[in-house]
Design a protein around this ligand. Structure first.
Ligand SMILES: [Zn+2]
Ligand SMILES: [Zn+2]
Length: 164
């Protein structure tokens, strides 16, 4: 089977990127921080090894915000128009990117594996049927396929060895 390729970019066309293969997981997060950072109901993030994200053009500025638990969350924005296309977290560092699904050319080509932080969702937003949802966070091992857990573990080992 040939590898899935997805492309996307920022709002001005300066940044273009290509994602090789399927993500480890896709989160639809309704936490208030994601609402604040997007100005919207929630964010949809594809989590994937950063070496599977090929930057075709453009350059970036990085901006640090905090996660709910107070750790760093770095937003990677187009240097020209400021649209956030990726972000990464302290735990795996730059080994894994959260690619913002709304910046894909075909955002409908990914479906969330989980809907999280539903406790803070805007009250009029319905929950999708058939997708597990959690009031806050969830346990990867219980929800994600074995292959995704193995990829996450591999990144965690590399991070422990000082990469990223
Ligand atoms: Zn741009
Ligand atoms: Zn969130």
């Amino acid at each position: 089977m040939s590898e899935t390729i997805r492309e996307g970019g920022c709002g001005c066309g300066h940044v273009r990127y290509r994602v090789h293969g399927e993500p480890m997981m896709v989160h639809n997060c309704h936490c208030h921080l994601c609402q604040q950072q997007t100005g919207s109901t929630s964010v949809v993030n594809l989590f994937i090894e950063s070496d599977r994200v090929e930057v075709l053009s453009g350059d970036f500025t990085e901006h640090t915000v905090k996660t709910g638990s107070g750790k760093d969350h770095i937003l990677v924005r187009c240097s020209q128009c400021g649209v956030c296309v990726f972000s990464y977290y302290a735990r795996l560092g730059k080994l894994a990117y959260a690619v913002r699904a709304g910046t894909l050319d075909d955002p409908g080509s990914v479906t969330p594996d989980v809907v999280i932080f539903t406790e803070s969702k805007m009250p009029w937003v319905p929950l999708p049927e058939g997708i597990p949802h959690f009031a806050q966070y969830y346990d990867f091992r219980e929800v994600l396929p074995q292959a995704s857990n193995a990829r996450l573990m591999a990144l965690a080992e590399r991070r422990k060895a000082g990469e990223g």
